[in-house]
Design a protein around this ligand. Sequence first.
Ligand SMILES: *Cc1c(COP(=O)(O)O)cnc(C)c1O
Length: 432
Amino acid sequence: MKYYSTNNPNHSASLSEAVIKGLAPDNGLYMPERIPVLPKEIIDKMPDMTFRDIGYAVIEVLFSEDLNGNQIKELVDHTLGFDAPIVEVAENLYSLELFHGPTLAFKDFGARFCSKLMSMLVEKKSKTLRVLVATSGDTGSAVANGFLGVNGVEVIILFPKGKVSKLQEKQFTTLGKNITALEIDGVFDDCQTLVKQAFLDEKLNQKLLLTSANSINIARWIPQCLYYFYAYSRLPKNDKKVVFSVPSGNFGNLGAGILASRMGLPIDHFVAATNVNKVVPEYLQGSPFASQPSISTVSNSMDVGNPSNFPRLQALYGGDENLFRKNVKGYFYTDAQTVEAIQKVNRRGYTLDPHGAVAYLGLKDFMNENSGYLGVFLETAHPGKFQDVVEEALGEKVVLPDRLAAFLDGEKKVIPMRKNFEEFKAFLKGLD
Ligand SMILES: *Cc1c(COP(=O)(O)O)cnc(C)c1O
C-alpha cells in the first residue's frame, strides 16, 4: 500500500516512509491510497470472533502488502492486550470503555500499535530508532508506556519542569528501560522547540535515526478503527441503526471511526462531540472551517482550536462537504453541562469522565432528535484520570485503579536540562 499526502494526491510514500516521517514533506497528512473493504461475510461473523481475531482481519486487509502474517499477529496481539467492553448505561445507549490499557486512556491503542510497527520497520536498519516527544502530560504517558520494552526503539521525552501533574509525570519518569525523561527548565513550547530543532539539524540526523510519534502518524491513527468493529459486533442484534458519538479534540478518533465505516462497517451516523472548542461542530452546522485559539475546559484533552486531523476527515469524504455534513452531526457543550452530565449519570450508577460526558451529551441529543437508533459513546479515559473534576462534581472520592496508583510508588528518574539546544544536542550525540 502507498500513502499520499492530503496536500498533494500525487505524492506517494511507502508504509515505512509514512510511519518514520510521520508528516509528509509538504506538511500534509498521510492517507492510504485506497480504502480496502472487508467482505460482508467477515463483518457478519464478527459477533463470534474475539477482539484479536477481528483485529487480524482488519489489519490484514490494510497491511498485507507490507507485513507478513506473523508480523500482523504480533502487532495486533501487542495492541489489543486489554479489553474494550461496551456497557449499557441507559436503554439503547452504551458506553464503549476504551480506558482499560496501561495509562487508562484510548491513546494506549494507537501508541502500542505505533511502537510495535516502528520496531518492525527499523528491524532491517541496523540503527536504533530514537523517538523524540515533547509533552505537556498525556501524550508522554501513552507513548512511553506503549514503547516500553519494545526492541530497537528508544524514547526520549521532554517535559516542562513543574508544569505537569504529579500522576502524569510519574507515568513517564518511573519506567526506566528504553524510556528516558528530560526535565526541561522551561515551558511546553520550549520542549517542542528543542524537538523541532533536532529534526532540522542535518548532521544530527545523519548520525541518528530520529522520529516522532506524533498523534497524526498513520501508525497511531489507523489502529483506532479496530474498536469500532469490535463494539459494533457486541451490540444486540436488532433492526436499529447504529450511531457512534466521539469526544473530539484533534479528531483522529472520529476519523478512525469513519475509516471503519468506509471499510464496510454499517455505522449509520457519527456524532462529533466537543467542549466549547467548537470549530468542527460549527463547520458541520454550515459555517466555513476557521481555526480559533484554544480555550481551557474541564475536558482538557480536547482543548484544541485547530484540529490537526481535519484534512483527514475531508479526505475520507472525498472532499464532498455535503456528504460529510450529512453523515456527521456536531454538538458542543459547556463545562457546566459537562459537570451536570457527570452528576446525572452517576445517580444512575455509572461514572463518566469529563470527555465521555461530552460524548454522552452529544449522543443523548442526537437520539432525542432522531428515533430508531442504538447509540454508543466512546468513554476515552478512566474517571480516575480526571480525579479533581469528577470528585468536585460528585462530592465523593473516585477510586484510582491499582494500575494507576502503582505509578505513584515508582521512583522518579529524570535528566535535568536547560532549554538550550546545544545541551540537548550534546546529549543526543552521546547516545551512540
Ligand atoms: C486525546 C483525547 C481525546 C481527543 O481525541 P482526538 O482523537 O484528538 O479527537 C478525547 N478524550 C481523551 C481522554 C483524550 O486523551
